[in-house]
Write a protein that binds this ligand. Structure first.
Ligand SMILES: Cc1cc2nc3c(=O)[nH]c(=O)nc-3n(C[C@H](O)[C@H](O)[C@H](O)COP(=O)(O)OP(=O)(O)OC[C@H]3O[C@@H](n4cnc5c(N)ncnc54)[C@H](O)[C@@H]3O)c2cc1C
Length: 377
């Protein structure tokens, strides 16, 4: 498509800002309505696997991500005392690194600056409150009362997506998996120079992820009742109790945590929109369409791929509805494969019985999945 489009994106998280950058760089008029009142993100880290870094390169921000993060080329498996059991090389997509750990606030700042530099407008404390899609365009009212007309409205508004509710009511609400993720940022242990999975079998696993030269984050997943919340005064002790089987770098990391409020506790839920991700000129992308468990570290990578492929689809097809169709046929199989495999890995790691379909998916193994994911998206 050669015409400059007007695109409104609801949600300025990882996917929304990436899409804003990709579209604005192509000369489209782009606005982002973001509910939060300033650029911000959860104060822990995130893994950018090679396919995510590949998108960052296409957006022109790879070097900034690498400078703000910590690159590695191996997955290290360790015993509970931290002794290395295996070092598994991680594949590269083209010539970008295999993986980068980065603080989420640094990633949010890089993406926000890139979107603004490309010419997008990012409105904070803003959200879509009403919309009317007449087939030729979408008339949208924002929370400040302003009304404008757009060629395309994108819901990159996360796992709780209000635009998904607008399209489908409560048909696709997040489902709790029964497991929750405990995370805390700690000083980087000198021995942790790649992502390290320390394993005590099915009793517990702990992930140590370097995110800068100075920092790493400790993450662990446990079965928790849906209504469980860590004790605000003792959360760090509750995590230490769950990881008591570990010595070495995991125990040393836990010993540095004296503030219970440093613990970030997230219930792991997922959403699969099996109906079309686009209806007329409204489209859902990223977690809004296919929020997945974090077991392949691919949720944000899928949101980034969604963003870039949507911009590319608008480049190469004659109309917005055709572009959305092209985009969804490219994205749906890959994103839903990641989601299904990621959930199967969660079940396998936690000792939950898997279905025959999940067993078939798991045959690829984590190294095989990593190789499959550095193929063109
Ligand atoms: C414990 C955990 C660990 C993870 N680790 C990794 C990892 O290592 N690597 C990886 O690739 N992925 C990881 N993920 C997944 C990743 O965080 C998500 O998949 C990714 O953030 C999705 O991007 P998104 O843009 O779709 O949604 P989000 O990044 O969630 O952005 C949604 C945005 O929409 C905004 N919003 C919400 N409601 C509204 C509204 N009404 N109006 C306007 N704006 C709104 C939100 O404020 C937010 O800014 C992890 C997830 C979890 C839970």
């Amino acid at each position: 498509m050669t015409t400059a489009l007007r695109v409104l994106i609801n949600g300025g998280g990882i996917g929304g800002l990436a899409l804003a950058t990709a579209l604005a760089r192509r000369g489209h008029t782009v606005e982002v309505a973001e509910l939060r009142d300033e650029p911000a993100a959860l104060g822990v880290g995130i893994i950018q696997p090679s396919n995510a870094l590949h998108v960052m390169r296409e957006l022109g921000v790879l070097d900034e991500c690498l400078a703000a993060g910590f690159v590695w080329e191996f997955l290290t498996i360790a015993d509970p005392a931290g002794n290395t059991l295996a070092r598994i090389p991680q594949p590269r997509m083209d010539d970008v690194p295999a993986a980068n750990g980065i603080p989420r606030p640094a990633l949010a700042a890089i993406l926000h600056a890139a979107a603004v530099a490309a010419g997008a407008t990012v409105r904070h404390a803003s959200t879509v409150t009403a919309l009317d899609d007449d087939g030729e365009g979408v008339t949208v009212t924002l929370s400040d009362g302003s009304t404008s007309r757009w060629d395309l409205l994108v819901g990159f508004d996360g796992i709780g997506s209000p635009l998904r509710t607008h399209l489908y009511g409560d048909r696709y609400t997040p489902t709790y998996t029964g497991f929750a993720n405990w995370r805390v940022t700690v000083p980087r242990h000198p021995d942790v120079s790649s992502v390290v999975m320390a394993t005590a079998g099915q009793e517990a696993k702990a992930l140590l992820t370097p995110i800068t030269d100075e920092l790493m984050y400790l993450g662990a997943v446990f079965a928790e009742p849906e209504d469980f919340r860590p004790d605000p005064d003792h959360a760090h002790e509750q995590l230490a109790k769950r990881l008591a089987v570990f010595s070495g770098p995991v125990a040393e990391a836990l010993a540095t945590v004296t503030d219970p409020s440093a613990i970030v506790y997230t219930r792991i839920s997922q959403v699969t929109v099996d109906a079309p991700w686009h209806v007329g000129r409204v489209v859902l992308a990223g977690d809004a369409a296919h929020a997945s468990t974090p077991h392949l570290a691919q949720g944000a990578a899928m949101a980034l791929e969604d963003a870039l492929v949507l911009a590319q689809s608008l480049d190469t097809t004659p109309s917005v509805p055709t572009a959305l169709h092209t985009w969804e046929s490219r994205r749906r199989p890959r994103a839903l494969w990641v989601q299904a495999l990621s959930h199967a890995v969660l079940k396998q790691e936690m000792g939950t019985p898997t279905t025959p379909e999940e067993d078939a998916l798991l045959e690829i193994g984590i190294p095989g999945a990593a190789h499959a994911l550095v193929k063109p998206y």
